[in-house]
Design a protein around this ligand. Structure first.
Ligand code: JFZ
Length: 340
């Protein structure tokens, strides 16, 4: 455990990858655009599961090569690699026995993306972490988020209200027991050593649910770090706001339980471990129209500033439906690397 914290502190720089069915839509569907976050397109345009699910039949990214992705990260000085094992759409990018809505069972591609990335990381000496959406799951009638619709989101609602409108009878506990917890267990048991699990959107989980995931991680993989978006204060390290660069690190901040299920507000890490996840343009998932790339000098300066405050920089790329990391991202990353 101690060693992993030391490793995290020294790692400084990692690659995040948002990749899933949404990558095929590239921010467009029929006559409309997604919001800024192209990975939210299903919720933004209220696309029914029966329609969105057709993308599984088209998921065949013939240019996906895990080693190329991992080598790019390594060449550019990154020490860890965090990929979306399941985003809010509920589609698993790994072979899950719990739910057939996954890349192996539901697509012509039929390959386990998480497994291939894990092997590439092992081969090239990077550590793998996994993003997992433990609260929002739009494929599930009882997916979370339905208590939070007073807070604005990138979707028509946080939960899937277009396929499953009966909010009054939703019960996240069922989703948690039947899908979320068992899938996290699969990730912990089947993909080798994980450096971290990157949970997201700590809104619906009850304290015992956050605790159950925390305990499962510590049981199967005591070295795996947990970010602060699991909920209820169950975490090892703190994810700051997306793209957040504080002016300075707050000191002696008391642990405030009332902040723990909000997405912002400063949370102190008991071990002094912090990370900012950031995009290179404005979207996390691939978005054809988003060419608003930050230039290499800006990214390099952000990295320097964050690292000088002891905050890791987890920089995101959004590969397209063929499995290609956008050339613009590749060029910027290599430019940044020259300055390191
Ligand atoms: C979440 C996701 O909804 C999004 O799709 C992406 O995966 C991103 C990394 O995480 O979005 C957030 C979560 C938290 C904040 C902003 C966007 N925040 O704390 O500022």
């Amino acid at each position: 455990d101690m060693d992993m914290r030391k490793w995290f502190k020294e790692a400084q720089y990692g690659m995040m990858v948002h990749w899933g069915l949404y990558s095929l839509l590239a921010g467009e569907y029929k006559d409309r655009y997604s919001g800024v976050y192209a990975e939210w397109i299903q919720a933004h345009l209220a696309i029914p599961n029966a329609e969105y699910g057709k993308l599984t039949k088209a998921f065949n990214p013939v240019f996906f090569n895990a080693e190329e992705w991992v080598k790019l990260a390594k060449d550019c000085g990154m020490k860890y690699f965090v990929v979306t094992s399941k985003h809010h759409d509920g589609f698993a990018m790994f072979h899950s026995k719990v739910d057939k809505y996954n890349v192996v069972d539901a697509t012509p591609f039929g390959r386990d993306v998480v497994a291939e990335i894990g092997e590439a990381c092992y081969k090239h000496g990077l550590k793998m972490g996994l993003y997992y959406s433990q609260d929002l799951d739009w494929h599930e009638p009882n997916g979370g988020g339905y208590l939070s619709n007073h807070i604005p989101s990138q979707g028509v609602t946080w939960e899937n209200s277009w396929d499953f409108p009966d909010t009054a009878h939703k019960n996240f506990d069922l989703c948690f027991e039947n899908k979320i917890y068992p899938q996290v267990e699969e990730l912990l048991r089947n993909y080798g050593d994980l450096c971290l699990i990157w949970f997201d959107m700590p809104m619906t989980l009850k304290e015992n649910q956050s605790r159950a995931l925390f305990d499962a991680i510590k049981k199967y993989q005591p070295d795996c770090l947990i970010n602060s978006r699991l909920g209820n204060g169950a975490y090892d390290y703190v994810s700051l706001g997306d793209n957040e660069i504080p002016d300075s690190m707050p000191e002696n901040v008391e642990f405030d339980p009332s902040l723990m299920n909000g997405i912002d507000g400063f949370k102190p890490s008991p071990y002094g471990l912090y990370e900012t996840a950031a995009t290179m343009n404005d979207s996390w998932g691939f978005c054809a129209r988003d060419q608003h790339w930050k230039d290499a000098a800006v990214i390099a300066a952000n990295k320097k500033k964050l690292n000088s405050m002891g905050i890791n920089y987890l920089l995101n790329v959004g590969p397209d439906g063929l499995g290609r990391i956008p050339l613009a991202s590749q060029k910027i990353l290599r430019e940044v690397a020259k300055t390191l």
